[in-house]
Design a protein around this ligand. Sequence first.
Ligand code: PMV
Length: 322
Amino acid sequence: MRATAIAQPNIALIKYWGKRDLERNLPAVGSISITLRDLYTKVAVDLVPQSRSDTLLVNGAEAPSMLARISACLDRVLGEQRPRAAVSSTCNFPIAAGLASSASAFAATTVAAAAAARRAYTTAELARLAGAASGSAARSLIGGFAELANLGDTIEVRPLRDLESWPLEVVVAITESGPKSTSSTTAMEISRQSSPFYDSWVNQQAHDLGIARTAIAQRDFAQLANIAEHNCLKMHSVMWASRPPTVYWNATTMRCLQTIRRLQGEGCNVFFTIDAGPQVKAVCLPGEADRVRQALAETSGVEAIMTSGLGPAARVVVQLDG
Ligand code: PMV
């Protein structure tokens, strides 16, 4: 039995940073994200009962270093007694470079595995399973604007607004396409154990989530811009103050922020956010995308630009027997 699923990455506007339960991969804080339309990961899961081990191809090449996490994800979705699987993933953007490739990869793997085995999970259950593999993956089970909330000993994702009702655009400036220096899981633990700002980060998150939720409900771009930039800079301050420090930015990251500040000074409706990597994501109103794209493309050191509108939830695209 085989199935293929597509999932889009999502970009957090109010960030997840830190885990409250390492074993179960439960986040310390809630988060709010937007799912992107033009970046995707497509994952085919082929259940092969006669096979003795899982295999993984990423963009056509064997990827042994990622196989253990994929196998663990399949175990959670199908149980440890499951048949082995041939998994093949294709992705149209750089992997492990702070562009949420793990979010789309684990969301697509979870959805494809469940469909291949004909398991009728609800979206809430799929989100929990994807989130156990990669915290941010849970949000790719929702299209448009999504909130991930911490509930007792679990998580819950819900849509805050659909993608058509507030069509924001995201311009991604790639400042370095290689894999990131420190994985987000490692860096989060270093932050939790050593950053003097970690507790304030966790304690202030409910406040930031509330402001962002209201801004999204009211389509208040200025308010969303303000809280998203603040939340992003706070997350990176937590990392910078940890021991050893985690600094994902490079000189071009900083130049992109200066470009965005200049555009804002000229009245452009744009704001930045940066995740666990050096790339800069500029979120803007649709009419501003060309201008933002051009200004970031002209920023010294920017290697490539990708532009995307908001995208749909993870979904099955092929389901086959035999
Ligand atoms: O899901 P992970 O383990 O790759 O962590 C994602 C962390 C950030 O991208 C920095 C923030 C977020 O909420 O996506």
